[in-house]
Design a protein around this ligand. Structure first.
Ligand SMILES: [Zn+2]
Length: 59
């Protein structure tokens, strides 16, 4: 690809990035304690993942 001939204005750059939005990370509910958790991550409040106790919690 050749180098650009002219610099884009700030408005052109920003208008292109209007469609570039921040998105929420994958958020689900825990199957065990129905706490809102990140998906593919062991539940931080009860230690369950995939219906099994992975991390021991004493509370
Ligand atoms: Zn949980």
């Amino acid at each position: 690809m050749p180098p650009p001939k002219r610099r884009h204005s700030n408005a052109r750059t920003r208008s292109r990035r209007t469609h570039w939005k921040a998105t929420l990370p994958g958020v689900t509910k825990c199957n065990n304690c129905s706490e809102v958790i990140l998906s593919h991550v062991v539940c931080p409040s009860c230690g369950f993942y995939g219906g099994k106790q992975i991390v021991a919690k004493n509370s």
